[in-house]
Design a protein around this ligand. Structure first.
Ligand SMILES: Cc1cc2nc3c(=O)[nH]c(=O)nc-3n(C[C@H](O)[C@H](O)[C@H](O)COP(=O)(O)O)c2cc1C
Length: 221
């Protein structure tokens, strides 16, 4: 994948060496296995109007991996922290953080932690094929899996939980679409998912549920 896996020992070494990471991204000793993402680029990209003109869904992907910097920029664009308050690039329901973004790649499944701008390993297995019902999901380098914490959505019915979690996810998905349009990447937001199976494979708690998935990669020309 071109990403750097950092074990607990290496993480400690990284801390001692005071490696310059994104704000708050220093790895802690309790991080079993993490990827320290480089700080997201704060400049560049196409003007918004051009990105809107280029936004589209793509279903034909090269298996070329995404460079770590691109992964960093993408995750920040998706749902990263964009203000000192800790708020995000996408709006979210009742100011309650409900959605987690997971990155399913060849080397496993990683949880994006926006505050520290790191990835934490969730699973070691390559579950890309199980993130959807279409062929390309198994070979594209990245499938984002959006997971809702139902237990954080108090005072609302299960239907409303699904509704608000889906809306939150949609905003993130559009951020990803626009980032991809700006960077010449391919993407498609996906609801064609075997939800029961994916919830189980991802070892989600009973109140957590997958809302949608989204494939990202380079277009196959
Ligand atoms: C809620 C939602 C679910 C979607 N699910 C899938 C899907 O499972 N598979 C897929 O190939 N495209 C899926 N799409 C993408 C749409 O098919 C696509 O956005 C639409 O055909 C318009 O094409 P465009 O995005 O290129 O403008 C989904 C889009 C949305 C908003």
């Amino acid at each position: 994948m071109g990403v750097t896996n950092i074990t607990r020992r290496e993480a400690n070494a990284a801390l001692l060496a005071s490696v310059a990471l994104a704000a708050g991204a220093a790895l802690a000793a309790e991080d079993a296995e993490a990827i320290a993402l480089p700080p997201p680029r704060s400049k560049g990209g196409k003007p918004l109007i051009e990105a809107l003109a280029l936004r589209k869904s793509t279903r034909d992907y090269s298996n070329r991996p995404l460079p770590l910097q691109v992964l960093s920029d993408l995750l920040w664009a998706a749902f990263g922290v964009n203000r000192p308050s800790g708020d995000r690039t996408a709006p979210y329901w009742r100011h309650i953080m409900v959605i987690d973004v997971y990155a399913a790649m060849a080397d496993g499944v990683w949880l994006y932690q926006p505050k520290r701008h790191i990835l934490l390993r969730k699973l070691s297995a390559d579950i890309r094929t199980q993130t959807g019902l279409q062929d390309f999901v198994g070979t594209a380098p990245l499938n984002l899996v959006y997971v809702a914490h139902g237990e954080r959505m108090q005072d609302v019915s299960p239907q409303e939980r699904r509704l608000y979690a889906s809306v939150d996810t949609g905003f993130i998905g559009q951020n990803v679409y626009l980032f991809c349009a700006s960077e010449g990447l391919a993407t498609v937001f996906r609801g064609a998912v075997n939800y029961e199976e994916l919830d189980r494979i991802m070892q989600l708690s009973t109140d957590q549920f997958v809302t949608f998935a989204q494939t990202v990669g380079y277009p196959r020309n």
